[in-house]
Design a protein around this ligand. Sequence first.
Ligand SMILES: Nc1ncnc2c1ncn2[C@@H]1O[C@H](COP(=O)(O)OP(=O)(O)O)[C@@H](O)[C@H]1O
Ligand SMILES: [Mg+2]
Length: 192
Amino acid sequence: MLHKKRIIVVITGTPGTGKTTLARSLSRRLGGTLLNINDIILSNKLYTGKDEFGTRIVDLVKLRKKLLEMINSSSGTLVLDSHLLSDIVIEGHCNAMVYAIVLRLHLKPLLKRLIARNYPDAKIKDNIVSEALGYCSRMARERYSNVIEIESGRGALSMAMKELEKAHVRTRELDYGNELLWIIRKHPEYAI
Ligand SMILES: Nc1ncnc2c1ncn2[C@@H]1O[C@H](COP(=O)(O)OP(=O)(O)O)[C@@H](O)[C@H]1O
Ligand SMILES: [Mg+2]
């Protein structure tokens, strides 16, 4: 066990950055339980409809309420994985040390992963711009005091483990904003 107090690790980041992959390995390494936010949203019908891409619009107030219920009625280490966690305040509402991991990825490999997912062009553009702006990072920094920002890749798990040992951690913000020009030059279809 890393700390005396229970820990909750929230993994956020733009879709495609590798949250689910890291969440699985991290929860195994920590001996914790992985909460699949998507399953929770679907099984509890925590959505209001679908957006223009066919993605469900999540009711964040209901999702937060449900998550806090689940967190506060359970024990042990929990790992939560969803880009929506940047938009939800959990810290201060549960008896645990909360860490937010923000996974980041350079725009070029992110674009490759999003294209591989067959997302519509407009959805790819939204996600690329979100990563360029550091949306999840900025929001997570507003809502969590312990923020671990990590570049997706082979070293992500060991970097996460190292930072989670600290009683307080706030790593520097990564900035891929200047890579947007490369994307737009190469792929004018993703111009803003
Ligand atoms: N560290 C990594 N190195 C290489 N590819 C990765 C890595 N992490 C994730 N991926 C790949 O990127 C894609 C998106 O990963 P995923 O974990 O589903 O991201 P997210 O949950 O953030 O949407 C998957 O195809 C996955 O295999
Ligand atoms: Mg995922």
